[in-house]
Design a protein around this ligand. Sequence first.
Ligand code: AVJ
Length: 328
Amino acid sequence: MTTARSFYPATDLNITAYIPVVDRNFADDVISGLALPQKQLHAKYFYDQQGSDFFDQICQLEEYYPYQTELNLLPIVASDLANTFPTDCTIVEFGAGSLIKIKPLLSAMPGIRQFIPIDISGIHLELACQQLQSDYPELIVKPVVGDFCFPVELPALHNQQKIGFFPGSTIGNFCPAQAASFLENARCTLGPDSHLLIGVDTKKSPYYLHRAYNDANGITAKFNRNILNRINRELGANFEPDYFEHYAFYNAGQGRVEMHLVSTAEQVVDVFGTAVSFAAGESIHTENSYKYTPDEFCQLAESAGWQVEQTWLAEKDLFATYLLRNGN
Ligand code: AVJ
């Protein structure tokens, strides 16, 4: 109920092959997003196989500080947490991607028995799990392909201590109200006495933020445009990605980096049988990446029923990790 199947068995027709069908959720979201006065696409649709690969390349960029900054902080977090969670813990990671950030936790916290990574990109997740399993043969790995924008059904978790893990400031893709409801949902999913370890990008110099989303090699631009290629591939549209410019800037009033794709010409695109027209200079808003001061984030977490137990700030306050506790 959380993920749309993109294939179904054609048993009625007595054919053994699976017939690909268009993912209705994706198609409907794209059509309705492009019908808005400010055209928009949901950032979760960046992450097909190709988009997940581009995102991995972004993480290797010197300009994209959140990745390496958080990765440097996690061994410290993990050694602080080793005593808090000594035995029989299950970690549930939301938006697990390439499964790199779980490694410092697994290495320093022997109490982690079981790992449940949730990701929207099935093939990417499967490959990453195989790799992780060979590095940590004792670990029980139970991947779940799903969209954590909706409540995700987890495998039965009996009496283990549950720790949610949501690194990378992925929460920044939600607007604050959605972020609060994500946090509430996660609290219900994880249950009483659970914890949530969450990485959140901080507010900082707009120059520094701008650089992180406008890298010199244009990888972020490729990542941004890939969403149009994906729509072409999966929904049979005829976007000409070269006629859309990557545009990213820090919107200080909203406290977020915005990414857009700006049409360089007046054009009409056929999307799944719907004609979508663009004026020259008109944009599709493809991503928000909200930044929070520690005070702002603690308030948000508390409004969603979590208590903030511990805060770790990276060098120069470039990034923050919080340990939240479900008091209920
Ligand atoms: C994965 C959503 C945290 O917002 O910084 C990176 C995605 N977009 N470069 C972010 C992203 C452009 C990233 N998140």
